[in-house]
Design a protein. Structure first.
Length: 277
């Protein structure tokens, strides 16, 4: 498994597992747990969740899946902006820890910027690190201007990542955000690399996938992973889906592939507002 390096020097895998939508249907819980186990066996030990997903239900599924295996995973969760005051962030983290059945979260993110001052949220993150309840902190859905503003906040040197929407159909970050992160040595975590399945019927993407004998989803994930200092967290709800995602790691896209995908999904020619899902 290829890895990227966090600012702390710790390595995490480039391909992880997302859990958006997990915990919503009790009938799927067994498959979700099995999917996470399959990912662990494949080295996809980066597990992303959030208190918002199924009102904490996704965290509960992750907690069940990691029972007795917590040390195998690098767990990411997120605090909602409506909870992101200093005291609210700490309380939200405590609730997430309980649902996850663990004593620490490896990486805790502000899900997106809300009404609370960033200095309050960052102060809470620092307190949680000092208390051993989280190991690192970061943000999600921040554009390059928001990241620049964050650098002025006391304690912001602890920032570990920015998790953003990035895939073939959402290439805006290539114009300004990704170069900013490269310049500031900030790793990026890309969510929804297959656009929740909406890009999988594209003819060009399927042609590229066929040349490499993989699924369209795997080809789309491989495209995201062509960049350095970037990891991605596709969701999978069954072991077979996880195994299919993992085949992306074996795909080496050619110049011909990349040029074809650029024609089908043109890169940005100017700044675009950062998109969210």
């Amino acid at each position: 498994m290829r890895r990227i390096t966090l600012p702390s020097g710790e390595f995490i895998p480039v391909l992880g597992q997302g859990t958006w939508g997990w915990g919503e249907d009790p009938g799927r819980r067994g498959d979700e747990v099995a999917a996470l186990h399959a990912g662990l066996e494949l080295g996809m030990t980066l597990v992303d969740t959030a208190e918002m997903y199924a009102d904490g239900g996704a965290e509960e599924v992750v907690g069940e899946a990691l029972a007795g295996r917590r040390d195998e995973a690098f767990v990411v969760s997120k605090v909602m902006p409506s909870h992101a005051s200093r005291s609210g962030t700490i309380a939200a983290c405590e609730r997430s820890l309980k649902r996850l059945g663990t004593d620490r979260i490896d990486l805790y993110l502000l899900h997106w910027q809300g009404r609370y001052p960033l200095q309050d949220t960052v102060a809470a993150f620092q307190q949680l690190v000092e208390d051993g309840k989280i190991r690192y902190w970061g943000v999600s859905n921040f554009d390059h201007r928001a990241l620049a503003d964050l650098r002025d906040v006391p304690g912001s040197s602890g920032l570990a990542t920015d998790q953003v929407l990035y895939n073939l159909s959402r290439r805006g970050p290539e114009y300004d955000l990704l170069p900013w992160c490269t310049d500031h040595q900030l790793p990026v975590m890309a969510y929804s690399p297959i656009e929740q399945g909406r890009i999988l019927h594209d003819t060009t993407l399927n042609d590229v996938a066929a040349r490499h004998s993989v699924s369209a989803a795997a080809a789309a994930i491989a495209w995201v992973l062509r960049r350095d200092s970037l990891c991605t967290i596709p969701k999978a709800s069954s072991p077979q889906h996880v195994r299919d995602n993992a085949t992306a790691l074996d795909v080496e896209l050619t110049r011909e592939d990349l040029d074809a995908l650029d024609r089908a999904f043109p890169p940005p020619s100017g700044p675009r507002p950062l998109e969210m899902l």
